[in-house]
Design a protein around this ligand. Structure first.
Ligand SMILES: Nc1nc2c(ncn2[C@@H]2O[C@H](COP(=O)(O)OP(=O)(O)OP(=O)(O)O)[C@@H](O)[C@H]2O)c(=O)[nH]1
Ligand SMILES: [Mg+2]
Length: 315
């Protein structure tokens, strides 16, 4: 039997070592990784993907740890992907999550993986979607993806997850937290974490006021606002319930979300492959030279992009 199908079998059987090996392959963007994804994709589509996004230090990891505990009570198998914006060499992400999600590291029905974005724009590591496919195929019922909301990070997670949870925290003093543009659009559920701190109710009111400004049809989902204290676990059952309600609601919307997600994946994959294709076709260092020329204002990026595309399509 070729080694690749053995690996696929290991992943499908939920073997942690096979899952880890498979994840390394797709992170390296190797042909073997693509082969594996092809082989296991037909077995996917069962897991629920929960995206958790919010500013640094909001308590996302603590929340994910608690939510994992809540899901485990029901015997759900859980995959956790923590996306960290820092360099893959700092090791900070893995160490930090080991501390915060430590309880689950010895649980064989929980698989936790930290991924660095390595400069990938949009808040998610390039391979996050692939890792979710692997965890889905491995039989995880729920996959939780934690990402730092930096600019468009939230939008990326909305394209990847079935349900997007936006975590916000009370700000200090009288300053009213300004809701970042885009947050209202992507949140399926709001969490006001660190509800033990002053200003939590004010934040709830701010979110509710922003919602009131948005005209919504009565049958449309109105994102609930759940107050939590992740450190003690307060509010976690309510969060779990809200996720369940959203799921029931979106079932009625007949898989629209699934299609949107697959469209997003395909477009992302196409741009990634197209860029790779262009880079392979160009003589070594050509892309750098073009960038230098744009920086020196010798050529504009629009013309450069059009020329590069013309070259790529000829090849
Ligand atoms: N007071 C209080 N502290 C909390 C709460 N939730 C988390 N914390 C603390 O906030 C700090 C950050 O928590 P994390 O779970 O690491 O936050 P995070 O959003 O995952 O952080 P990054 O991944 O670095 O963006 C930790 O010291 C937590 O113990 C809460 O509800 N109340
Ligand atoms: Mg974290």
């Amino acid at each position: 039997m070729p080694p690749d199908s053995t690996l696929a079998e290991g992943v499908l059987a939920g073997d942690a070592r096979a899952i880890a090996r498979a994840i390394s392959l797709v992170e390296d963007d190797s042909p073997a990784g693509v082969e594996l994804l092809r082989a296991i994709f037909p077995k996917t589509g069962r897991a629920q993907l929960i995206g958790i996004t919010g500013p640094p230090g909001a308590g996302k990891s603590t929340l994910v740890d608690r939510l994992t505990g809540e899901l485990r009570k029901d015997g759900k198998k859980v995959g956790v992907i923590a996306v960290d914006p820092t360099s893959p060499f700092s090791g900070g992400a893995v160490l930090g999550d080991r501390v915060r999600m430590g309880r689950h590291f010895s649980d064989s029905d929980v698989f936790i993986r930290s991924m660095a974005t390595r400069g990938h724009l949009g808040g998610l590591a390039r391979a996050t979607g692939d890792v979710a496919v692997i965890l889905d195929a491995s039989g995880k019922d729920t996959i939780v993806i934690e990402t730092v909301g930096v600019g468009q990070g939230e939008i990326d997670i909305a394209g990847t997850a079935d349900v997007s949870v936006v975590v916000l925290v009370p700000t200090s003093g009288d300053e009213v937290q300004a809701l970042k543009a885009g947050i209202m659009e992507i949140a399926d559920i709001f969490v006001v974490n660190q509800a033990d701190r002053e200003g939590a109710d004010r934040l709830v009111q701010t979110i509710a006021a922003s919602q009131a400004l948005q005209a919504a049809a009565p049958e449309e989902w109105r994102p609930p606002i759940v107050k939590t204290i992740a450190t003690t676990g307060e509010g976690i059952p309510a969060l779990r319930a809200a996720i369940g309600e959203f799921q029931a609601h979106s079932m009625k919307a007949s898989g629209r979300r699934t299609r949107t997600r697959q469209e997003y994946r395909l477009r992302e994959l196409l741009s990634h492959r197209f860029l790779q294709h262009i880079e392979r076709l160009l003589p070594a260092g050509e892309l750098d030279r073009v960038i230098d020329r744009i920086a020196a204002r010798e050529v504009d990026p629009y013309t450069a992009a059009a020329e590069l595309m013309k070259q790529a399509l000829k090849g």
